[in-house]
Design a protein. Structure first.
Length: 234
C-alpha cells in the first residue's frame, strides 16, 4: 500500500543497504557513514512503480448546480439528498473565487511541540526553502482544509509524490469525495501513519502535492519538505 511508505521506508532502506542486515555491523559509527545510494533509491522507485497501474474509469457527466436543483423537484427522496449535499440555505457566490480553494495543509500529531501548518493561500514558492521537522516514530495524519464555492465537485482526490535525493520513492492517492458549495470549510484527514525511525530513514523528503478531481482539474499544486529527525529539536 503506497499510503504506508513512511512506515515501511526504514525497513526498505535497511535491507536495500544490506540484505543480511541481521549479520552486519550496525554500530552507530558504521551507521553514521551510510546513506542510501542513488542506485538503492532507484530500486525503491522501480518497486513502487510496479503497483501504479492505470484505472479504467470514466467519471459521470458534470452538471451545474442549477441543473441539479431543477432535477425531479417532485421526488421527495431526491430533494432530501440534494438538501443534505447542498444545504437548505443559498450559498453567496463570489464571481472572482475559484470553485475549489485549498486553504491549509496540517500535520496532525499529538506529540508535536507546536502546530505544523502550511497556509496554502499565500506564497507557495517559499515552502520549497522550508521543512517540517517530524520526530522519528511518531504517529500523525495529514489534514487538507478546503472550500467549495460555486458548483458541486465530484471525485476530489489528494495526490502526493515523495522524493529522496531527487528520486521518486513513493506515490500516494487519497480519495477525498464529492462536495457541494457552502460557506464553511471542509476538512479531509488521511489515515494514521507512523513516521519511520532509524539512521537510514532520517533526512529530508521532498513532497509534491496536488488536489485534483474526476475531471482532472488541478485545483492546487505545491511542494513542501519533510525532515525526519531523531528528536523534535535535534
Amino acid at each position: 500500500n503506497t499510503c504506508q511508505f513512511l512506515s515501511n521506508i526504514n525497513w526498505i532502506f535497511l535491507h536495500a543497504w544490506c540484505p543480511h542486515a541481521s549479520f552486519c555491523d550496525l554500530s552507530p559509527h558504521k551507521m553514521a557513514e551510510q546513506e542510501p545510494t542513488p542506485e538503492q533509491l532507484a530500486a525503491i522507485a522501480a518497486e513502487n512503480e510496479e503497483g501504479e497501474g492505470g484505472v479504467n474509469y470514466r467519471p459521470p457527466a458534470q452538471k451545474s448546480l442549477q441543473e441539479i436543483q431543477e432535477l425531479d423537484k417532485d421526488d421527495e427522496s431526491l430533494r432530501k439528498y440534494k438538501e443534505a449535499l447542498l444545504g437548505s440555505a443559498p450559498v453567496p457566490l463570489d464571481p472572482n473565487a475559484p470553485n475549489v480553494q485549498v486553504t491549509r495543509l496540517t500535520l496532525v500529531c499529538d506529540s508535536a511541540p507546536q502546530p505544523l501548518t502550511l497556509d496554502l493561500t499565500g506564497d507557495l514558492e517559499g515552502f520549497k526553502k522550508q521543512s517540517f521537522v517530524l520526530k522519528e516514530g511518531v504517529e500523525y495524519r495529514i489534514k487538507i482544509s478546503f472550500k467549495v464555492n460555486k458548483e458541486i465537485v465530484s471525485g476530489l482526490k489528494y495526490v502526493q509524490q515523495t522524493y529522496r535525493k531527487g528520486v521518486k520513492i513513493d506515490k500516494s492517492d487519497y480519495m477525498v469525495g464529492s462536495y457541494g458549495p457552502r460557506p464553511d470549510e471542509y476538512e479531509f484527514l488521511t489515515p494514521l501513519e507512523e513516521a519511520p525511525k532509524g539512521m537510514l530513514a532520517r533526512g529530508t523528503y521532498n513532497i509534491k502535492s496536488r488536489f485534483t478531481d474526476d475531471d482532472k482539474h488541478d485545483h492546487l499544486s505545491w511542494e513542501w519538505n519533510l525532515n525526519i529527525k531523531k528528536d523534535w529539536k535535534d
